[in-house]
Design a protein around this ligand. Structure first.
Ligand code: HEM
Length: 500
């Protein structure tokens, strides 16, 4: 039998070994740090803000897979394998976020996407996963059909306002699917939420509040003081978050209580009253994270179809052959439509809504490919550039759904390989829902409409330049297009969805 003394001696031995090991690791790291230099990079006074992803790619071509800026402790990579090595395989140390004072002022500490990597983040993310995990997202199918079909009907009645209709779909879906509410972009709560997203986008960009970033002590001065406007914006943002957290949530709870309708958020809050604060924040976070990104993807898809009629025709031929022309696509059809899947994947590849993702902050010194990546480094994955890497995607700028048919994994490989959704432990928490929404919109539009260039008064086609916005979120700039039902039958099918 093993006596207490033996156990004590053994434990002591283990503790000594562990201590020696950790000292050795620390010593090795110190030696590595002494030997390793930072990755190379250009000297720049101010980082680019507009179309930054293009400049970052140029720097990558000049300096290699890792481009480092010591002044701001920022590392940029244009290579997917580097993002995977660091942000996924070493996720333990690359999952933090930089909570800047501006974001804190704006109330960002309660928003999952900008929260630091902490116990609080873990708890908030768990609440999110429970609702948005792969096995749970079928609960959103009815709302997704409802909102995508409403979108199709709006395209029939007012084809020239496609961007407005996409906005209605992207925003309305969050309220419908989480709270069971019909809220459109014209409603006060949605308008306030949009203004909050704008303030956050500004807070996230370095240079968004230049005076405060240069002189943080300005926070102690009143908001009317010159240069202190940021305080007014931040405090408004905090108040708006409180309101958009509470108003739809309270209506959803009342509806559940009065038997009007149930909703995922009200049911979750009833079963976990101790987590109400996190559940409310999940609703707000979903709106902030979902509306612009979903809108960007669907509008990029419409633009791509206007610019690539040959792709559109092939996808329509597949839909007609596989499901016929007498009904609209459903989620059950997805696996039977490989070319349509390729169309969706090409949209996400060429037009990731957030081309630079969100930076991941490192929490320890690290050594990679002989370089030292210091603790606190902000790692930026240039998703836009990695999706156009010619070594991975031959003829990278071409919109070619065929490339997925010929790839070893086929078109239906895991959505974890869609880099537009980010990387590692901070990967998009709503990606399974987003993936379904965008796919359903893609398949339903292709089944119902012909998209192309609009014509001027002389009958000549108006060229489409395909210009995109250049700041943080990327989406098509307004352009003229022609969107018409494919046939009378297609129009009837779309209009009949009003009963659903
Ligand atoms: C096409 C649509 C979407 C795209 C392209 C997208 C993309 C992204 C990206 C790039 C990130 C940052 C990932 C990283 O840090 O590596 C992110 C984070 C996030 N997304 Fe999405 N997203 C989409 C839709 C949604 C939807 C519908 C929701 C929820 C309803 C959502 C919720 C979130 C949340 C909560 C985070 C923060 C995760 C964290 O920091 O832990 N997203 N998304």
């Amino acid at each position: 039998m093993v006596g207490p003394l033996a156990i004590f001696v053994a434990s002591l031995g283990v503790a000594v070994l562990a201590l020696a090991f950790s000292l050795k690791v620390r010593r090795t790291r110190q030696l590595e740090a002494a030997k390793a230099s930072f990755p190379p990079g250009p000297k720049v006074a101010v980082m680019p803000i507009l179309d930054a992803w293009v400049k970052y790619r140029e720097w990558g071509e000049q300096y290699g897979d890792l481009v480092y800026f010591p002044e701001s402790n920022t590392l940029i990579t244009n290579k997917a394998e580097v993002a995977i090595d660091l942000l996924e395989k070493r996720a333990r140390i690359y999952s933090d976020r930089a909570m800047t004072p501006v974001m804190k002022l704006c109330g960002g500490e309660n928003l999952l996407s900008v929260e630091c990597y902490s116990e609080k983040w873990r708890k908030d993310r768990r609440v999110f996963q429970q609702t948005f995990r792969q096995a749970a997202v079928h609960q959103f199918y009815p709302s997704q059909y409802n909102k995508v079909h409403e979108f199709l009907r709006n395209l029939v009645s007012a084809p020239d306002n496609s961007l407005d209709h996409i906005q209605r779909l992207s925003q309305g879906l969050v309220y419908k699917s989480l709270y069971g509410l019909e809220i459109g972009p014209e409603d006060d709560i949605a308008r306030k939420a949009v203004s909050c997203v704008e303030a956050f986008a500004r807070a996230l960009l370095s240079g968004g509040f230049p005076t405060y970033e240069m002189f943080p002590w300005l926070v102690y001065l009143p908001s009317w003081f010159p240069g202190c406007n940021f305080k007014r914006i931040a405090s408004r943002c905090g108040r708006v978050i409180e309101e958009i957290d509470t108003v739809p949530f309270d209506i959803a709870m009342t509806n559940l209580k009065n038997g009007v309708c149930s909703s995922p958020i009200a049911e979750l809050a009833s079963s976990r009253p101790e987590d109400v604060k996190e559940i409310k924040a999940m609703g707000t976070m979903s709106f902030i994270a979902a509306s612009d990104t979903t809108m960007s993807s669907i509008s990029s898809f419409l633009l791509a179809m206007c610019m690539h009629p040959e792709v559109q025709a092939k996808a329509q031929e597949e839909i007609d052959r596989v499901i016929g022309r007498d009904r609209l696509p459903t989620f059950e059809d997805r696996r039977s439509l490989p070319y349509v899947e390729g169309v969706y994947r090409e949209v996400m590849r060429l037009d990731p809504p957030i081309p630079l993702g969100f930076p991941h902050l490192s929490t320890e010194d690290d050594f990679y490919r002989g370089y030292h990546i210091p603790k606190g480094c902000s790692v930026v994955a240039n998703i836009w550039a990695m999706n156009r890497d010619p070594n991975v995607y031959p003829d990278p700028d071409a919109f070619k759904p065929e490339r997925y048919m010929n790839s070893p994994n086929g078109p239906f490989e895991s959505i974890d390989n869609i880099y537009a959704y980010g990387f590692g432990r901070r990967v998009c928490a709503g990606r399974y829902m987003a993936d379904n929404t965008v796919w359903l919109a893609v398949a339903s539009v292709l089944a119902s409409f012909n998209l192309g260039k609009a014509k001027d008064e002389n009958g000549n086609e108006i060229p489409i330049t395909g210009e995109m916005t250049d700041l943080f979120f990327r989406h098509p700039r307004p352009y003229k297009s022609s969107i018409t039902p494919r046939s009378h039958l297609a129009e009837d099918l779309v209009l009949a969805t009003v009963e659903a």
